[in-house]
Each structure stands twice: as C-alpha cells, then as structure tokens.
Ligand binder design. Sequence first.
Ligand code: DNO
Length: 345
Amino acid sequence: MITFRWFGPRDPIPLAHIRQIPAVRGIVGALFDIPVGEPWPLNRIAALREDVERHGMSLAVIESIPVHEDIKLGRSTRSRLVDNYCESVRNLGSAGVPVLCYNFMPVFDWTRTELARRLDDGSTALAYDDAALAKIDLSRGTADLPGWATAYSADELGKLLDAYRSVNEDKLWENLAYFLERVVPVAASSGVRLALHPDDPPWSIFGLPRIVTSGAALERVTSLVDDPANGITFCAGSLAADASNDLTAIVRRLGAKGRIHFAHCRNIKRTGARSFQETAHPSEFGDIDMRAVLGALHDTDFAGPIRSDHGRMIWGETGQPGYGLHDRALGAMYLHGLWEGITRG
Ligand code: DNO
C-alpha cells in the first residue's frame, strides 16, 4: 500500500488533498503534543484513526513514538519509561494501528546540514556534508542546527552530551536489547509490528554513538528478540548514504525473514565521502536503483506500507523542508507506477 506522512491538524497539507493523490490510501501519522516518555492515550489514537478514515484512508503506521533519552542512556528511570512505552503500544493495538516506526538515535533524529540546496532544475533539496557538520557549534544548544532536531537549550544539550560520554556502541546495543526485550512481547500480543528506522545518516555524528547503520546491524536488531513483531523500517535513502550498504541484498536478507514492516523509498546522490544530497525519487536522479529495491521487496513478498519520503521543494511551494506536497506526491505516483509494473509485469 502506498502511504503518505501527515503531521496532523497543524500540517499545512490537509488530509483531503492527500486523498487526491492517486493510489495513496494509507496515512503515516502521529500525535505530536504528547511529552516524550508519557503514554499515548487510547482515545487520542482512536480519534486520529477516525479522522483519517473519515477522509477515505486508513491509519497504516504511527511514525514515531519517540524513545526517551533515559532509555537510550540506560538510566534507572528507564523501567517506568519503558512501561509507558508498552502502554502506548498496547493502545496502538487496541486502536487497530498495525505498524509502529521508531528510532534509537541518541539525541538527534535525522540530520542535515542544508535545508535548501539548489539543484540544476531550480528545485531545492536537503543535503548533508560531514565537513559542514563539524563546523556546527553546539554551545548554543540546537539553535544553530538546521531544521529538525528537538530543541534543546545550551544547558540541556550540554548535560545530555556529557551523559552520552559513558555510552559507547556496545552499551547502546545493550540498552536497545533491554528496550526490545520488554516492548516486543507487548507488541506481539497487541498485534503491532515494530519497525526500527535505521540511523540517518548511518554514521556517528557529534561524537555520539550510532548503531543501526548497516544491513548487519539491522539483522542484529531483529535477532536481539527473535519475534516477527520485532522488525525494521527499510529506509532506502538513509542506508544508501553509505555506499557500502547493498540495498537489494539488505532487502533480500531481512525480507526473507519477514522482518521488513515498512519501507521509506527516496533517492539520494552521494557527493563525496559522508556527503550527499537528496534528489527526485526516480532512479536516474540519484544513486539508488529504485526498480531493483521494489523488485527485491516484491520478491520477498513484502505487502506492507511504502511511502515516498522527503521531497524537494518545487513549483514555488514553501513549507516544512522535505515534507511539502508536490514532490512527495510525484514520488508516490512514481512508486505506485513501479509497483504496478513489477506486480503485474
Ligand atoms: C525523517 C524520518 C525520521 C523518522 C524517524 C523514525 O524524515 O524518516 O524522522 O521518522 O527517525 O523514528
């Protein structure tokens, strides 16, 4: 099913417009006002689902319920926080939401160094360059970071970065295992499939550990708790930023085990070592052979939600970087066309 991410009532793109993109029948949504660490109430999830269904679509995925930093840090407060997470997962199950996408990246979710790099056709796209990241000064908190990051004051961010000094990659794996050992059984009994999103970009940034960076790491995630409910989000663009990630091989290995529960399909062009820019979705514009990726998903009987991912800004649209309507809609149509060709071919 082709799906589309929607940021709730504050999204400038209304559900009624998403409904008009041919083939998009599923919404990838979330609640954005619940403090990180608090359980998500059943009535709020159910209301979101009803809103989506009133517009002729289904609530296919929740992306994301953020994982509290204390869980990633392995602090003693984590047991209560993991209980709260379990309660949210149970409530997703009761509200009939089948998939939960989440991530385990310390402090910073997906990160870019430019939000509007101009491409040859006049559109703008998100870009990342390790050398530019190195110049970002975190002494003012997240104030100098482009876009996305959860906002932290200088003091909060300083404390958090200090706390991570005692968490290396091994420790982060242990903390992920602690989390999954408790959450996966709840997900399994609630009818919810967990879909861990790989780290974006797939390497350490700001000296913080990042562990979900490769096919081997994704397999390790699924074997930490060997249950079909413990799966991953296959994010083509995130993984492809590292040229050593063989995307179709990753799809085939994890897909054969039935552990890919969600797919993000966008394209990127590598512009150097640890440097890339986002492009239009079709294969010819970037380094990803999208036909091969979808072909591998199809060969491994993938039947889950697929979404177009970050779009460029085109046709004068303004809005949330990566999440405008036009280019993501073009991406959705492209993915739909490829999928139709593959499945009926
Ligand atoms: C970016 C998204 C990520 C993703 C989270 C999942 O556009 O792919 O922010 O939602 O990492 O928790």
